[in-house]
Design a protein around this ligand. Structure first.
Ligand code: PDD
Length: 283
């Protein structure tokens, strides 16, 4: 089946979809993005993603090219046209096309691209049963990681380095030796006394929508939660660890820099929260 993308007002063949060479997203990474998980052809936590999208656009003073309502319609249409049951929708909005000049052009129309793809739910469950490895790396990003900007070069380099070390995620470490987040996910541990711990919201991390959802699920389970920074030493002393993102949902982490976390197997809380998440997504 051929894939369909949405580009600046038109549904086009994914294979031939393109943007102008002077799009500021291409030249300056002057844009933002969102990724929604799709389950049973529905967008998960749709409103929360819109809230974050509008915040990112506002912080960068990029006008939204359409209303949330129209955007929601197009997102659903791209899911439908690509027959995605379980998968992801990607949306990117950039400041638009203009002759190259760093400062914002006076008159410019934001560009928009939407794509959707199916993912293999069985493979994801298999990965969740085994758990994944992470490696630590210096956090070399800018000071506004709370904006979901397409400027992802440090994240790209960190993820590549992780893959070259046989790990699937990089946990980035700030100049105080504390873990900020993953290259494309939020980082969590469960302390020996059962406290679910994840870094507090600040410009140092992206406020993950899955993170937000997991905090709600944790409250429903009456789990103790501490939103604070933690170190690699604490990860090694923890009973379990996991990452959250729209692409991984809740994914147990069993190794950090090649050392086992807890008993080296996916922990019960990570597995329970993943189950809760999938259940809440199915309703
Ligand atoms: N990444 N932190 C970073 C740096 C991220 O890039 C992401 C998501 C998250 C988790 O956010 P959420 O739970 O809203 O997906 C945290 C997306 C999935 C990506 O870049 O593909």
């Amino acid at each position: 089946m051929s894939r369909t993308a949405y580009v600046n007002g038109s549904y086009v063949s994914h294979a031939y979809a393109s943007v102008h060479i002077e799009d500021r997203g291409y030249q300056f990474a002057d844009g933002v993005y969102e990724v929604w998980a799709v389950r049973q052809s529905k967008l998960l936590d749709s409103e929360a993603h819109f809230r974050r999208l509008n915040r990112s656009l506002g912080e960068l003073r990029i006008p939204s090219p359409m209303t949330d309502q129209s955007l929601a319609h197009v997102l659903r249409e791209v899911v439908r046209r690509n027959r995605v049951k379980n998968g992801l929708v990607y949306l990117q909005i950039t400041r638009g096309v203009a002759p190259r000049d760093h400062a914002f052009p006076n008159e410019i129309i934001s560009s928009i691209v939407i794509t959707a793809k199916s993912t293999n739910a069985e493979l994801a469950e298999k990965a969740a049963k085994a758990g994944v490895a992470v490696v630590t790396m210096n956090d070399e990003r800018w000071a506004r990681c709370d904006i979901k900007s397409v400027s992802l070069l440090p994240n790209v380099l960190a993820k590549q380095a992780a893959h070259e070390k046989g790990a699937s995620e990089a946990w980035m470490v700030d100049d105080k030796g504390m873990i900020t987040e993953g290259a494309s996910s939020n980082a969590w541990i469960v302390t020996l006394d059962g406290v679910l711990t994840t870094r507090n919201l600040s410009p140092d991390i992206l406020g993950g929508i899955t993170r937000e959802r997991v905090l709600t699920l944790a409250a429903e389970r009456q789990l103790q939660v501490d939103e604070r920074a933690f170190s690699k030493k604490e990860v090694l002393e923890a009973s379990e660890a996991f990452i959250t993102s729209s692409t991984n949902l809740v994914m147990p982490v069993v190794k950090i820099d090649n050392e086992a976390i807890g008993n080296g197997k996916p922990g019960p809380l990570a597995s329970a929260l993943r189950k809760d998440y999938l259940q809440s997504a199915a309703t």
